[in-house]
Design a protein around this ligand. Structure first.
Ligand code: GLV
Ligand code: GLV
Length: 313
């Protein structure tokens, strides 16, 4: 029986299955455990089931050692120093594939919301500003026939491309391994949707220069990681009309304080990082994370491991 620390309640019965085999403690609150609490619990644990809110750097991994596994409840693992985990012999699991469609759907929801000014129009109805039927009210942008640029062409990027094709869009993509150059994509596209992982190379990828390359009628969608976009530059670009709008499911910082200047920018829809938030998807993520831990604690390879090099040591 191993000791497992889980940093949030999870939907479904994955935790019960872990409990049947191991000694499991779950942080009881909705928000993340304070970092000191997390470090103290991690020191006593054999394995962790963590959210993207738990930062695990080299110092943390050294203090928490010897951990037999960390199952991150996310496809992204930018909250974990993977090289340090590998050096410490700790396999880190993630939850790819199961959240691809849910996240791609949300990216498309944001694209459509920004294109058709859904937030402004809904607001007008609620605040008594319904302009009866007016030929010039709430004019948005066409989606059919427009060009969609996908930055980061992995599972989620490709799933968004399929949706774009279904809506009659022309697709252009950029990724580490090829496609159209980022500058060319930004110049050409009517919609730009970000799907790259957060790495030292992609941090701040979209800043003032890149926004300046975009069309003044273009819309930026980000469902990947907030840190891909330079927040202050985006705020200025929306204010001065460098681009026409943005739809964000992720921001930097996160959460965004309600008085953050970005929220005063026009033509912006912001969601609180809910890309994978459907019941079925979140249950599948819980099953995958639990499966990763069960394997690690049985001395087997994690089925979904973000640092497989750890098994070559
Ligand atoms: C969510 O953002 C994830 O990486 O799963
Ligand atoms: C992830 O990183 C993906 O595109 O699934």
């Amino acid at each position: 029986m191993a000791r497992i620390y889980v940093t949030r309640h999870l939907p479904g019965d994955a935790i019960d299955r872990l409990r049947a085999a191991h000694d499991v403690e779950v942080w009881p609150e909705d928000g993340p455990p304070p970092h000191d609490e997390f470090v103290a619990r991690a020191r006593e644990a054999d394995a962790l089931l963590t959210m993207l809110t738990e930062r695990m750097d080299a110092a943390f991994l050294a203090e928490a050692a010897p951990l037999r596994g960390v199952a991150n409840y996310a496809v992204g693992t930018d909250n974990v120093d993977l090289a340090a985990a590998t050096a410490a012999g700790v396999p880190v699991g993630n939850t790819p594939d199961v959240l691809t469609d849910a996240t791609a759907d949300l990216a498309f929801a944001l694209l459509l919301a920004a294109a058709r000014r859904i937030r402004d129009a809904d607001e007008a109805v609620r605040t008594g500003n319904w302009p009866t039927w007016s030929p010039g009210a709430f004019l948005g942008h066409d989606v059919a026939g427009a060009t969609l640029g996908i930055v980061g062409y992995g599972r989620i990027g490709r799933a968004v491309a399929r949706r774009g094709e279904g809506f009659g869009m022309e697709i252009v993509h950029n990724s580490r391994s090829g496609g159209t150059s980022l500058d060319e994509l930004l110049r050409r596209c009517d919609y730009v949707s970000l799907h790259a992982p957060l790495t030292p190379d992609t941090r701040g990828l979209i800043g003032e220069r890149e926004l300046g390359l975009m069309k003044s009628t273009a819309i930026l969608v980000n469902t990947a990681r907030g840190e891909l976009v330079q927040t202050a530059a985006l705020e200025r670009a929306l204010r001065d009309g460098t681009i026409a709008g943005a739809g964000l499911d992720v921001t930097d910082p996160e959460p965004l304080p309600p008085d953050h200047p970005l929220l005063q920018a026009p033509n912006l829809t912001v969601l609180p990082h809910i890309g994978s938030a459907t019941r079925t998807t979140r249950e599948k993520m819980a099953d995958m994370a639990a499966g990763n831990l069960m394997a690690a604690l049985a001395g087997e390879r994690m089925p979904y491991c973000a640092n497989p090099e750890v098994y070559e040591r």
